[in-house]
Design a protein around this ligand. Sequence first.
Ligand SMILES: Nc1nc2c(ncn2[C@@H]2O[C@H](COP(=O)(O)OP(=O)(O)OP(=O)(O)O)[C@@H](O)[C@H]2O)c(=O)[nH]1
Ligand SMILES: [Mg+2]
Length: 211
Amino acid sequence: MESVLSDRLRQTGWGAAPRAVRQVPVAMKVVVAGGFAVGKTTFVGAISEIDPLRTEAQITVESLGIDNAGPINGKTGTTVAMDFGRITIGPDMVLYLFGTPGQDRFWFMWDELARGSIGGVVLVDTRRLEDCFPAVDYFEALDVPFVVACNLFDGVATHHPREVREALRVPSNTPVVLCDARRKSHVQETLVLLVEGALRKATAASGRSAR
Ligand SMILES: Nc1nc2c(ncn2[C@@H]2O[C@H](COP(=O)(O)OP(=O)(O)OP(=O)(O)O)[C@@H](O)[C@H]2O)c(=O)[nH]1
Ligand SMILES: [Mg+2]
């Protein structure tokens, strides 16, 4: 993560900025959101360098007809509070990942998890696109950068990212990418895009306040 991220930041010219202008927080918090069973816990677990903290509860028969995991069979647990993971990016930079619970009855947790975050990842199961609308709306309302990551269930892209972008009508500066949440390299690339977006936004804001 460290080398990929620092290489990419150099390409964007970020490394050339004077330290005083960078205002990079020592700890960056990222929220991983999306609908029920879109792979949020899997995403955090694929990259966290510590054993991720998970708050999974057993799915019971009472939730049948309430929690719709769509075509995903065999899901036995669901996040009821959050997932937590950590990635060290450099000697003075750490990324903390917070995965949200996916079921709408736990949405009250989102504000707590999002407080102080640099932005978010919206994981999407393109077979249930509408399930990600609340997460997209949430980050747009917060006005923080986010990346839409279409989870490649069964390694298959059912829709082109361009189609997903059109369907979600996300702003043109919001990346829409394909991402297998089980693969560390995919998760890493998604997070690099998010951090780049957050840094661009911070640079633009510091430029405005300097004027
Ligand atoms: N084939 C495939 N399966 C995946 C992928 N990502 C997640 N899964 C599976 O999909 C199921 C749901 O994944 P989770 O990571 O629990 O999803 P979640 O979004 O955290 O679910 P909730 O917390 O209940 O909302 C699990 O059985 C995963 O093993 C993927 O990229 N491909
Ligand atoms: Mg989960």
